[in-house]
Design a protein around this ligand. Structure first.
Ligand code: ZN
Length: 499
């Protein structure tokens, strides 16, 4: 039985989420359609609406209703789950004083502008004072949130609730050496796939059609979403029935539009897959960025970079590009999309090197936040780790510590979720292979229904009822570690590179 009080609370939080999803519409439009001169006014609109949303959530009446309902033992299981998340959101929003939130937003927008300039001019010193301010504010934020072990735990909880720095250190320390060693063996093997044919013109209309076909086959519901183009691919939703993805084209690259769509499509299937009865509540959401990323990486890598996938999409590509792909086989395509090359830039990294970029950032962030590394020392630390992890010399900071937007946005604790996404995906992949014994044949025939149904049942429908680590553990058995991911890499790349 729902009390009136519960219905009222649910309604006011629903109204709060209406404002949040309206912010998402504005944010999506900003990336997809907005003309450049619209930026200043759009910024004001976003700030005004964010303020309204914050006041709606932190309204003392909301806090009072939550507290009263916590004593009500007649509430249903689902009502309790929602109340727990309402408590979590309310506490987090009220822990940060309004003056602090305003200050952080101001410093963030200054830092972002300076970072854009510093990266263009390849001058870390320009950005250094802004980064120092951001770090100071992030330490304060951690103090407001509270923590037991290290302030980095508090920052992590914004992105990967329940995860700790200690646990990440443990997971990453195993991964660090094993992945580095694998990359070394790959480079030393001299068996790099022949990819010269990739360096041609690829018609965007045809690539677009392939991405639409792939999204459709995956099970993306185009009556409840759409795909557009943007500079950086992303996924956002305005509700369960309106999920937006974007993709991009890179010149002389036949794969980037497709991998962008598969990746964002994986995120989107998650967002179209929450329970309808959870619509307009906190439960229709992922419990962490890491588990969200597990869905995108699963579709992009475990499916989209698999051999059976290329048995299906090889002919599709050759039909679209008969001239460019004369003499290029399914296997050539499969090997080309899985080529491994240590590079300086995270967003261009392949499956074998990607986590190493994350580990580098994680180690630097923890050291900065814990006070073991000063902001001045960041470029030097970055370059030393790049040499250590990937064997590369960093020629300039724009290809080193200035490459990512995250720090200028005051996001520290975010990067680890990308690596966790890979690890969670590998855990899920092993379990799925055990249960869907025909998976390869299904992928080759474009029948993704059983895979999507499995993900719906074990991941999507749960929404935010559980923490990410618990969802993965319950779906697969053991606690998440680096082992399944290393097994996956070793078996796939061992074969491709003849190790
Ligand atoms: Zn993603």
């Amino acid at each position: 039985m729902h009390s009136n009080k519960f219905d009222n609370l649910r309604e006011s939080l629903g109204a709060y989420l209406d404002v949040q999803t309206t912010l998402s519409v504005l944010g999506w439009d900003q990336e997809v359609h907005m003309p450049p001169k619209g930026a200043a006014r759009r910024g004001r609109q976003l700030a005004t609406l964010s303020g309204i949303a914050h006041r709606m959530l932190t309204n003392p009446e909301v806090g009072k209703a939550i507290a009263e309902l916590e004593d009500d033992d007649t509430l249903s299981h689902d009502a309790r789950a929602l109340l727990k998340e309402a408590r979590y959101e309310y506490d987090r929003a009220t822990k940060l004083p309004e003056a602090f939130v305003t200050k952080l937003a101001e410093e963030q927008s200054k830092a972002y502008e300076v970072w854009v300039q510093a990266r263009r001019m390849n001058d870390f010193h320009l950005f250094q004072p802004n980064l120092e301010t951001i770090v100071e504010l992030l330490r304060q934020k951690a103090d407001y949130y509270g923590y037991e072990d290290t302030p980095y735990d508090a920052l992590l909880s914004d992105y990967e609730r329940g995860m700790t720095t200690a646990r990440l250190r443990e997971i990453f320390s195993g991964l660090r050496e094993k992945q580095s060693a694998l990359v070394e063996r790959i480079v030393a093997s001299g068996n790099a796939p022949e990819c010269a044919w990739m360096d041609q013109e690829w018609d965007e209309t045809k690539l677009w059609e392939i991405t639409m076909r792939a999204l459709t086959e995956m099970g993306f519901d185009f009556d409840a979403g759409r795909q557009d183009k943007s500079v950086h691919p992303f996924t956002t939703n305005f509700g369960l029935k309106d999920v937006r993805v974007t993709t991009r084209f890179e010149p002389r690259d036949p794969f980037s539009a497709l991998t962008g769509s598969l990746h964002e499509g994986g995120h989107a299937l998650y967002e179209q897959g929450y329970l309808e009865s959870d619509e307009r509540t906190f439960l229709a959401d992922a419990p962490s960025l890491g588990i969200h990323e597990s869905q995108s990486r699963l579709w992009e890598n475990l499916v989209g970079r698999s051999r059976p996938f290329w048995k299906r999409y090889g002919p599709v590509y050759r039909e679209a590009f008969p001239e460019q792909l004369k003499g290029v086989s399914d296997d050539d395509l499969f090997r080309a999309i899985n080529r491994v090359a240590p590079s300086l830039i995270r967003v261009e990294a392949d499956e074998c090197t990607y986590n190493l970029h994350v580990i580098l950032r994680f180690e630097i962030e923890v050291a900065i936040i814990e006070g073991d590394l000063s902001v001045t020392e960041v470029p030097e630390a970055w370059n030393a780790k790049m040499k250590d992890l990937l064997g590369l010399e960093v020629p300039s900071d724009d290809k080193g510590c200035l490459q990512d937007i995250h720090w200028s946005h005051a996001s520290m604790g975010y990067f680890p979720t990308y690596a966790l996404g890979n690890l969670y995906a590998a855990h899920l992949g092993e379990k799925i292979r055990e249960e869907l014994t025909d998976l390869d044949a299904q992928i080759e025939s474009g029948d993704f229904t059983p895979l999507l149904a499995w993900l719906r049942e074990h991941i999507h429908h749960i929404g935010r009822r559980k923490l990410a680590q618990d969802i993965i553990e319950e779906a697969t058995g053991p606690e998440a570690t680096a082992e399944p991911f290393m097994r996956y890499l070793n078996s796939k790349y061992g074969e491709i590179y003849g190790l």
